[in-house]
Unconditional design. Structure first.
Lengths: 351, 351
C-alpha cells in the first residue's frame, strides 16, 4: 500500500519536473543548432557572435550592446546573442563562456569582470576556433585577440580630474565613488587620476581623501555617497567614474542640502543625467558614445574571422560607417575621444 | 508521515523498499529523468563537454553542501560558508604573492577555514547564540577580513601545474579529476551521517535537542564539530575556486551560501532539522546544476534561471508539506472509521 502510494508520488513528481524542464528549455529549442565543433570553419554566411557584458540590466551595457547588435548585423553575422550574469562578480562569466564554447560560437565579445578569472575559459574557447574580442574592460592580453577600448585610459582620467578642478575652483577635498573594488578599467583610471593629482602643480591644492565602492549597484552607490558626505563634511567634490555611481550620487545630492555645493562629475549617460544637469546638481560630466564601442567590436570580430587581421600592431580594418580603425600596441583598438556633456549640449544626445 | 503509516500497518516494508522510495532516492530519479529529457531536447547537452563544465560549476556548491546538510539536519544553519571561502581565497593570494611555498600556503588556508568554523562553533555552542545571528555576522565579518587581507587587488599567477590540475579531466570522459576528492568527501559525510552513532545523534538533535541531551548526546560538542567541518570544507572550496578561476580576490564565491542552502533544501533536507540524507543533498545540487547549465546552453536569461531555481525550491519545501497534510487527513478519516467500527463491536484483547 505504502509502496504503491510512494510510486504514485514519484510518478507525479517526475512528470511535473519533466514538464517544467521541457517548458523552460523547449521555448528556444526550435532554433536550429549553429555550426558546432570547429568554430573557425564556419562559412561567412553562417557565423555567430555572442556578447558577454559585465552584467545584464545595466543601462550603460544596454547602450553598448545596442551598438554591438547593430554592428553585428552590418558586419554580416547570421546570429548575434547576448548572454551574461546578473551580478558583476569575477567568476560569474565563466559558465557563460563555457556554454558559448560548447555552442561553437565564432566570435565572443566580452567585457571582463576580472582580467584573469575568465582566461582559462577563453583559452578553451580559442582552442575550439573562436575569436575573442575584449571590449570596455580588458582581459589578460594573452587570452584575447583584440581589445576595443573606449578611449585612451589616461585621457578619460585626465578629463575627469580637469572637470572636478574647474568645478571646485582648484582647491579642496575630493573623493572617488567607483564601481567594484576590482573593476579593471575604473582602477586604471583611478591610478592615472592619483598620478595626475600628485604630479601636476595645477592640482596641488586638491586632496583625494577617500575612495569608496558602490559595486555598480544603485542602492549601494547611493548609500556610499551619503556616507562620504557624512564622513567628510569638508568635501568639495566627488568623481564617479561609472554610470551607475554618478547617477545614484546625483540622485542623493539633488535631494540633500549639498545640492549645488558639492560638485559631482565623472562618467555618466546623458539620458540618466539630464535632469540633474538641468536642476543644477551636476555642471558637467563626460563619456564616449558607448554604442560605438559595441559597433567597432563587432567589426573587429568579423575582421579576425575573415583573417584580414590577426590583432598585431598596425593591422587595419574597416568598422562600417565609422571608417578605418588601426590596431595599436598590445592589440588595443581605440574608438574615440570622450565627449563633455553640460546643459548647453546634453539635449543633442540620446543614449 | 508515510513511515508512521506503514509502521502501523505492519513491518511489511523491507529496508530496500524504504531506501528506494525515500525522498533522497526520489530526487535521484528526478535528476535522471531531467537529464534524459534535456539530452533529448537541448542540442549539444548530451556531450562529454557538458559533464566537464557542469561538474566544474557545481563542485564548490557540492562540497559545501555536505557539511551544510549535517548542520541543517541538527536544526542549525551556517550562512558564512561563502565568506569563509572568500577569506581563504584572499589569504591564499596574499601568501602566494609574498613568495610562500604553495603547499604551505594551502595548509595555512585549511587552518584559516578550521579557525573560521571553530569561531562559529564557539559562538553557537558555548556562547549560546542562535546560529542564524552568528553566521550572518560572520558572513559580513569574514568577507570584510578578506577585503582587509587582499584589498582591491587580485592575485593570478598561481603555479600553472596546480591551476591546470584543478580543471583537468579524467582521460576523454570530460569528468574533472577534482571530482575524486569530492567523491571521497561525499563518502566520508555519508558514512558519518548514516552509519555512525554520531550521525544518528545529529538526526536526534534535529528532532529534539532536549530528548537528545537526555539520551546522552553531547549536543554542544556535536554542533561544534559540525561548524569546524563546515569551515574546513568551505576553505577547500575556496582553494578550488581560486585555482579553477586562477584568480584570488576578496569577492570570490560571494553569494554561494544561498546556492548551497537552496540545493540542500531541494534535496529533501528539512529546514526544521531531523530529516535528510547525503544522497538527497547531492541530488539537489545536481538538479540545480543541470537545469542551470541547460538553460545557459540555450542562452536563456539568468532572470529565468533564478525564477526556476526559486520555484523548484518552494515546490520542494511546500510539496512534502501538502502531501503530509493530505495523507494525515486520509489517515484521520480511516482512524475515525476504525474507531466507529470498534465502538460498535465487543472489546477484544489487545492486538
Amino acid at each position: 500500500m505504502a509502496l504503491l502510494r510512494n510510486a504514485r508520488r514519484f510518478l507525479v513528481a517526475t512528470a511535473a519536473t519533466t514538464a517544467l524542464a521541457l517548458l523552460v528549455t523547449g521555448c528556444s529549442s526550435a532554433a536550429p543548432p549553429s555550426a558546432s565543433g570547429n568554430a573557425s570553419s564556419a562559412p561567412a554566411a553562417n557565423r555567430s557572435i555572442t556578447f558577454i557584458p559585465k552584467q545584464l540590466n545595466n543601462p550603460y551595457t544596454d547602450v553598448v550592446l545596442g551598438g554591438g547588435k547593430k554592428g553585428a548585423t552590418a558586419a554580416g553575422f547570421a546570429k548575434s546573442n547576448v548572454v551574461g550574469p546578473l551580478e558583476a562578480s569575477a567568476s560569474s562569466q565563466v559558465s557563460f563562456i563555457n556554454a558559448e564554447t560548447q555552442a561553437g560560437t565564432n566570435a565572443i565579445v566580452i567585457a571582463a569582470n576580472d582580467p584573469d578569472a575568465v582566461c582559462p575559459a577563453l583559452t578553451e574557447a580559442r582552442n575550439g576556433g573562436a575569436k575573442i574580442v575584449a571590449f570596455d574592460s580588458d582581459t589578460n592580453p594573452t587570452c584575447r585577440d583584440l581589445f576595443v577600448s573606449q578611449v585612451v585610459a589616461k585621457d578619460v582620467a585626465l578629463i575627469q580630474v580637469e572637470l572636478i578642478a574647474q568645478q571646485i575652483g582648484g582647491a579642496g577635498d575630493i573623493a572617488i565613488l567607483s564601481a567594484t573594488a576590482n573593476a579593471t578599467n575604473q582602477n586604471e583610471w583611478i591610478k592615472y587620476m592619483e598620478a595626475e593629482l600628485a604630479s601636476n602643480p595645477k592640482y596641488k591644492d586638491i586632496k583625494l581623501v577617500a575612495k569608496v565602492y558602490g559595486d555598480d549597484a544603485d542602492t549601494k552607490s547611493f548609500q556610499e555617497a551619503q556616507g562620504l558626505l557624512q564622513a567628510y563634511p569638508n568635501l568639495k567634490g566627488i568623481i564617479s567614474p561609472t554610470t551607475v555611481g554618478i547617477a545614484a550620487t546625483a540622485r542623493y545630492l539633488s535631494t540633500s542640502k549639498y545640492k549645488g555645493k558639492v560638485a559631482l562629475t565623472g562618467l555618466g549617460l546623458p539620458n540618466e543625467m539630464r535632469k540633474f544637469v538641468k536642476d543644477g546638481t551636476v555642471t558637467e560630466f563626460a563619456l564616449w558614445d558607448p554604442a560605438q564601442l559595441g559597433y567597432v567590436a563587432s567589426f573587429a570580430g568579423k575582421a579576425l574571422l575573415d583573417g584580414t587581421i590577426t590583432g598585431k600592431e598596425g593591422d587595419k580594418f574597416t568598422a562600417g560607417d565609422m571608417g578605418e580603425r588601426v590596431v595599436g600596441a598590445n592589440g588595443v583598438v581605440i574608438v574615440g575621444p570622450p565627449t563633455r556633456f553640460n546643459k548647453d549640449n546634453i539635449d543633442n544626445y540620446n543614449f | 508521515m508515510s513511515e508512521v503509516l506503514s509502521a502501523e500497518i505492519g513491518a511489511g516494508r523491507s529496508t530496500a523498499t524504504r531506501v528506494l522510495t525515500s525522498r533522497g532516492a526520489v530526487m535521484w530519479y528526478l535528476v535522471l529523468a531531467v537529464v534524459i529529457v534535456l539530452s533529448l531536447v537541448v542540442p549539444r547537452f548530451a556531450s562529454a563537454r557538458t559533464a566537464g563544465f557542469l561538474l566544474l560549476d557545481v563542485i564548490p556548491i557540492l562540497m559545501i553542501a555536505l557539511p551544510m546538510t549535517l548542520v541543517i539536519i541538527t536544526g542549525e544553519i551556517d550562512l558564512s560558508v561563502a565568506s569563509t571561502a572568500g577569506l581563504t581565497s584572499a589569504v591564499m593570494g596574499v601568501l602566494w604573492a609574498r613568495g610562500m611555498n604553495i603547499y604551505l600556503v594551502l595548509a595555512v588556508c585549511l587552518i584559516v577555514g578550521l579557525l573560521a568554523g571553530a569561531f562559529n562553533g564557539f559562538m553557537v555552542t558555548w556562547v549560546g547564540l542562535p546560529s542564524l545571528a552568528v553566521t550572518i555576522g560572520t558572513l559580513a565579518l569574514f568577507r570584510g577580513l578578506a577585503l582587509v587581507v587582499i584589498g582591491d587587488n587580485a592575485v593570478a599567477n598561481f603555479p600553472r601545474g596546480l591551476t591546470t590540475w584543478a580543471t583537468s579531466k579524467i582521460g576523454t570522459t570530460g569528468i574533472p579529476v577534482f571530482i575524486i576528492i569530492v567523491l571521497a568527501l561525499i563518502a566520508i559525510f555519508a558514512v558519518v551521517l548514516h552509519l555512525t552513532p554520531f550521525g544518528r545523534g545529529l538526526i536526534a538533535i534535529g528532532f529534539s535537542k532536549e530528548a537528545a541531551e537526555f539520551v546522552g548526546i553531547d549536543v554542544g560538542r556535536a554542533k561544534f564539530y559540525l561548524y569546524v567541518a563546515t569551515g574546513l570544507v568551505s576553505s577547500m572550496a575556496g582553494i578550488f575556486w581560486t585555482l579553477r578561476y586562477s584568480s584570488a580576490r576578496s569577492d570570490n564565491a560571494s553569494g554561494l551560501e544561498l546556492a548551497v542552502i537552496a540545493a540542500v533544501l531541494l534535496g529533501g533536507i528539512s529546514i526544521f532539522g531531523g530529516k535528510g540524507s547525503i544522497p538527497g543533498a547531492v541530488a539537489g545540487v545536481l538538479m540545480i546544476g543541470v537545469i542551470n547549465y541547460a538553460l545557459r546552453l540555450q542562452r536563456i536569461s539568468d532572470v529565468v534561471l533564478i525564477i526556476v531555481t526559486g520555484t523548484l525550491l518552494i515546490a520542494s519545501v511546500v510539496g512534502p508539506s501538502i502531501f503530509e497534510w493530505l495523507s494525515r487527513a486520509r489517515h484521520d478519516r480511516r482512524v475515525h472509521k476504525d474507531l466507529t467500527i470498534t465502538a460498535n463491536t465487543p472489546l477484544s484483547p489487545a492486538s
